[in-house]
Structures are given as structure tokens and as C-alpha cells.
Design a protein around this ligand. Structure first.
Ligand code: ATP
Ligand code: MG
Length: 346
């Protein structure tokens, strides 16, 4: 069946149940979406072996989920380039600014970026892979932010490939970090293979970053399937990971013109709770270029804060339990008399 991605929003709003059927039949959630070969390749790179019974390393066996002192949160998506690292940087920075002790970890081995977003790139000497290989101690690889003593980074290696991460190594690093931090924020690489698998495997909570386009929603659905079937929580058959939807690069004007999928439709397609909507904004690239997470773009008064920065601040408030209405989901009113002003009423 031919399907035009840009036609889906109207199909959704008029035929919500049709969309749900489409979503399920075209790309079913769950392990069935993963090719068995991909699953085997993920498994073969872990420290576990499967032969009817599973041999689990002691670090994995002893790993504590739902640790009362520390939450492990993965920022993930499936699709590449949707804003995971941008969001992980602002999320970690925002939690630290709220007084929480945070360590962000870059799981994107070979393509690290989180250090740039946090303005720490010149201070990376040792990284995640050095720690896993025992080439340095964990505390030697952790970089503390110069301005906020609550914010820390464990950078990814720039030169080695993602297959160096093992379940045993990651379990040990996370367990050690849990002793010192209240939140561990894992920035996942794109895809559903080893790096992304390791970033989500031990998590208590997942922020699913999705752009308002069908391919991104579909890849997020695949990631939800991986979490539901192959995370440590799934293997232990305990309460599922808390999953939160973060829609990034949102352009309400394009939703109105039916060239993007609406937040409501994305929520319906993925079936997880919305925690934030980040508008498309030039602030992001400007902030990254100066090594500052966009959430730190503060004006003198709260109403002066730039849009993307304000959207990330709202995300932090919601995450920490405040009841904050969703902003940036509707086109902004344009100055009276402008061409757009005639179309988009406040
Ligand atoms: N809200 C936004 N508005 C405009 N540009 C954005 C927004 N969010 C992210 N970007 C841009 O999108 C690009 C990808 O962002 P980012 O690196 O955070 O994505 P990613 O999901 O981590 O990518 P990868 O899968 O490669 O790790 C960057 O150029 C970033 O500046
Ligand atoms: Mg990234």
C-alpha cells in the first residue's frame, strides 16, 4: 500500500482508530520489529551468553533497578539527528540547576558530542571506554562543570567503535556512579544496535525524543519495542520503564498546513505520556556553538527566556512534578496586518 507521510495528520484527526490500526500493522511494536540478525548481533557483543539458560555476570546480576538514591534516565529515539544530545544536555543542566547531583554519560562511542553541548570538550582526557577497559579510574574520567558543581560528564571515546561497550562494563560504571549521583542521564546514539541498546538496557526511565514526522515516530516505536522486550527490566519481569515523550523541532505552522504530524497524533501513535514540546529554533545551534545547553539562555525575567530555553525549563519542571501547561504547540500570533497575522489568530 502506498502511503504519503504528509497526509497522515488529516487521516489521523478524522480517523484516529484507522491510524492506530495503521501504526500497529505497518510497524508493530515489540521485538518482532527487530530483525533477528540485529538482535543476535547485539547479544553477541554483550558479556552474557545464551544457551537455554543465561549466564549473567555478577555486575549485571547485582545491578539495582529503581535505586531510591539514583535514577538512570536514557534520552533515546531510534532515529538519528532528532535532538537527543541537545535534549540530554539541557535535561542534565536543568536538573543540576535545580540542585540535583547529575552525571551525564555520552554513549555515542566514536561520535561524541555531549561534551561540546556542555562546553567541556577541551577538558576530556579520559573517557567511558578508558574506564571500562580499566585504563583509568572512574573519578579520573568524570569532568565537573566549572560553573555548577552539581553537573558532571563522562565523555564518550572519539576513536573507538560502539562494540566496546559490554553489559558487564556498563553495569559496573553505572553502579559506581549511583553511589555519588542522584541522576545519571544517558545520551543514546541513534539506531537500535549495541550503543543504543547499552544506553537503554539499565535505565529506570526513558525520554523518547521524536520529531513530528512519520519516520521519526516509527523509529521511536521500534525503540519502545526494544525497551519493552530487551531491557533489564523486561528480562527481570519487573515494572516497565517509565517512558516519556519529548517532541522536538516542532513547527505548529507546518502542522496546520498538514506537512507535519501534530503532538496529539504522535502521542496517540506511540501511546506514551507527553513531557515536553520543544519548538524548532535557531537558538539551539547558537547555544551549541558556544558550548552552552540551550536551557541556559535566560533573559532577565522569565518571560524574556528564549522559546526553546523556556520549553526545556518547562520540561524540567514537569519532570520534577510541577503542573506546567504545554506551550509552543500552536502557531504564534503574528503582528497585526502581516500576511501571516491574517491566517494565525492568537
Ligand atoms: N529544537 C531544535 N530546533 C532547531 N534545531 C535543532 C533542534 N533540536 C536539535 N536541533 C539540531 O538538530 C541537529 C541534531 O541535533 P542532536 O545532535 O541533538 O541530535 P541527536 O538525536 O543527538 O543526533 P544523533 O542521532 O546523531 O546523535 C543539530 O544540528 C541541532 O542543532
Ligand atoms: Mg546525539
Amino acid at each position: 500500500m502506498m502511503f504519503c507521510a504528509f497526509r497522515v495528520p488529516s487521516a489521523v484527526s478524522k480517523h484516529g482508530s484507522f491510524l492506530r490500526r495503521f501504526a500497529v500493522s505497518a510497524y508493530p511494536t515489540g521485538s518482532s520489529t527487530l530483525k533477528s540478525q540485529q538482535v543476535r548481533s547485539v547479544r553477541s557483543k554483550t558479556s552474557e551468553t545464551s544457551s537455554g539458560g543465561v549466564v549473567v555476570s555478577s555486575a549485571v546480576k547485582g545491578f539495582v533497578l529503581d535505586d531510591p538514591g539514583c535514577k538512570v534516565v536514557v534520552v533515546t529515539s531510534g532515529k538519528g539527528g532528532v535532538g537527543k544530545t541537545t535534549s540530554a544536555a539541557s535535561f542534565a543542566y536543568g536538573l543540576a540547576a535545580a540542585g540535583k547531583k547529575v552525571c551525564a554519560i555520552d554513549f555515542d562511542i566514536g561520535l561524541r558530542n555531549l561534551d561540546l553541548h556542555l562546553g567541556m570538550e577541551r577538558r576530556v582526557v579520559f573517557d567511558f571506554v578508558h574506564v571500562i577497559h580499566g585504563e583509568c579510574q572512574l573519578h579520573q574520567a568524570i569532568i565537573k562543570d566549572r560553573h555548577n558543581p552539581n553537573l558532571h560528564l563522562l565523555a564518550a571515546s572519539q576513536t573507538r567503535d560502539k562494540s566496546v561497550l559490554t553489559k558487564e562494563g556498563v553495569a559496573k560504571v553505572l553502579s559506581d556512579l549511583k553511589k555519588d549521583f542522584q541522576y545519571i542521564v544517558c545520551d543514546s546514539p541513534a539506531g537500535i544496535e549495541n550503543g543504543a541498546f547499552m544506553a537503554m538496557y539499565f535505565a529506570d526511565e526513558a525520554i523518547i525524543c521524536t520529531n513530528p514526522e512519520l519516520s521519526s515516530v516509527r523509529d521511536s516505536d521500534k525503540m519502545l519495542g526494544l525497551i519493552a522486550s530487551q531491557s533489564l527490566r523486561a528480562e527481570r519481569n519487573v515494572a516497565p520503564m517509565r517512558q516519556m515523550l519529548l517532541v522536538t523541532r516542532y513547527q505548529p505552522e507546518k502542522v496546520l498546513m498538514e506537512s507535519m504530524i501534530s503532538v496529539t497524533d504522535i502521542e496517540e501513535m506511540l501511546g506514551i505520556k507527553l513531557i515536553g514540546v520543544i519548538p524548532e529554533s535557531d537558538e539551539i545551534i547558537q547555544a551549541t556553538n558556544v558550548g552552552k545547553p540551550v536551557i541556559s539562555n535566560k533573559g532577565n525575567k522569565p518571560e524574556d527566556q528564549a522559546r526553546a530555553a523556556a520549553a526545556y525549563s518547562d520540561l524540567i519542571d514537569r519532570y520534577l512534578g510541577k503542573d506546567v501547561p504545554m506551550r509552543f504547540t500552536k502557531p504564534e500570533a503574528k503582528p497585526a496586518g502581516s500576511l501571516f497575522g491574517k491566517w494565525f489568530k492568537p
